[in-house]
Design a protein around this ligand. Structure first.
Ligand SMILES: [Zn+2]
Ligand SMILES: [Zn+2]
Length: 387
């Protein structure tokens, strides 16, 4: 159990204690922003009371009551009582025991020192919680409960956290979208709408998009998707997405992403063929026009040889006769003014490159790589592979 949550729950109870009031389970849950459902408070409450007893304080959970019975939960009379030396407290003595402990909690005026001594770390914690909206720290707390980890565990989790309840009358309605890798939060986003509550599908898609940004080839079985629903009618507030459903969502999103990427690549290819624009008086030409000029190409090959200057690829060596004499030629400055072909110096301006390296250099219109930069990428990749 997370120290910070335990301390925050203790603070909430102490606030009521100093007002000589009991507090209901669901009030604590609400004040925590719904990160722990009322029914799941037993465990942290037991832990808090155990520490109270350990440090000589009355058990704080004595004043946490069920809204119907107006009594603490059964755990208080069994587990907590046992910690205090009353292992088999008969049912007939419960009320007496409760009144006695409640009185002690109300009369204690040294709770500040419990807050300091009772917890292994001290946090400054001024987060205001409540249902208004889950703050980032609440989300981190929610992850720290690890309740989203169930069944077969996976490297990645896509989590959606519903940040409103169905009965809420006013928007905006919001889902937080979180991606974890080895139980660490690595990406975060949200979807929200002023009037629409049906946002879960968008949240799911958002989460998958975040994950595909990390790895487009992600394996389906390394991912779990789960949804946190604060107003779910069961004790289990996390709902796991069916794996078949997750698989088809990933497939759809991946195809969408791939289509966008390919679309851009096709635009780049078209731009390389014929992209002109006017710069003042001159018409500028951008692209591979001069690289496709046969005289330039032949001169460049004559000077620089027929293997790729970036990776060393030799077409004839790999493809035999079919590849003989083939290499592409790259102009190191893709921007020219029209009609200045004669200015090209094949020795300094042109470089032989294989088709792969050439494509990679041109792949991003606004950041054409130098041959040296491409070589650096290759080197990095090769070093990684050999390690
Ligand atoms: Zn190459
Ligand atoms: Zn080129």
């Amino acid at each position: 159990m997370n120290e910070k949550i335990l301390q925050r729950i203790s603070k909430i109870i102490i606030e009521y204690a100093t007002k000589q009031q009991v507090v209901e389970y669901n009030k604590i849950s609400n004040e925590l922003g719904g990160i722990i459902s009322p029914i799941r408070l037993n465990e942290p409450l037991g832990e808090i009371s155990k520490r109270c007893i350990q440090y000589g304080f009355p058990p704080l959970s004595a004043i946490v009551v069920n809204q119907n019975t107006r009594l603490p939960g059964e755990g208080f009379f069994t587990w907590v009582a046992a910690q205090m030396g009353f292992p088999n407290l008969p049912h007939s003595k419960w009320e007496e025991f409760y009144e006695e402990q409640e009185g002690k909690v109300f009369n204690c005026n040294d709770w500040d020192s419990f807050l300091i001594r009772g917890f292994s770390d001290n946090f400054s914690d001024n987060t205001s919680s409540g249902f208004a909206s889950l703050q980032n720290s609440n989300l981190v707390d929610l992850l720290n409960t690890k309740e989203y980890l169930k069944g077969q565990q996976t490297k990645y989790y896509i989590l959606t956290v519903k940040d409103f309840v169905e009965t809420q009358q006013q928007g905006p309605y919001r889902y937080h979208v979180l991606v974890t890798e080895n139980e660490k939060l690595i990406k975060q986003s949200m979807v929200e709408h002023k009037i629409k509550k049906q946002l879960l599908t968008s949240a799911k898609r958002k989460g998958i998009q975040l994950l595909l940004e990390i790895d487009m080839q992600i394996e389906n079985d390394s991912v779990t998707m789960a949804h946190y629903k604060p107003d779910r009618q069961t004790t289990e507030l996390w709902e796991k997405e069916k794996s078949t459903n997750l698989e088809s969502l990933i497939k759809e999103e991946r195809f969408q992403l791939l289509t966008n990427i390919v679309q851009k690549d096709i635009e780049i290819e078209a731009a390389q063929e014929d992209y002109y624009y006017r710069d003042g008086k001159n018409i500028e030409y951008y692209g591979t026009r001069y690289e496709r000029n046969p005289i330039n190409r032949a001169k460049a090959i004559e000077i620089h040889g027929i293997t790729c200057k970036a990776c060393g690829f030799d077409f004839k060596e790999i493809y035999g006769e079919r590849g003989s004499g083939f290499i592409e030629v790259h102009h190191i400055n893709p921007l020219f003014s029209m009609g200045k072909e004669t200015d090209i110096n094949p020795e300094t301006d042109l470089v032989p490159l294989c088709s792969n390296c050439h494509r990679m250099i041109h792949r991003k219109k606004n950041s054409i790589l130098t041959v040296e930069e491409l070589k650096m990428l290759l080197k990095k990749k090769l070093t990684l592979a050999s390690n």
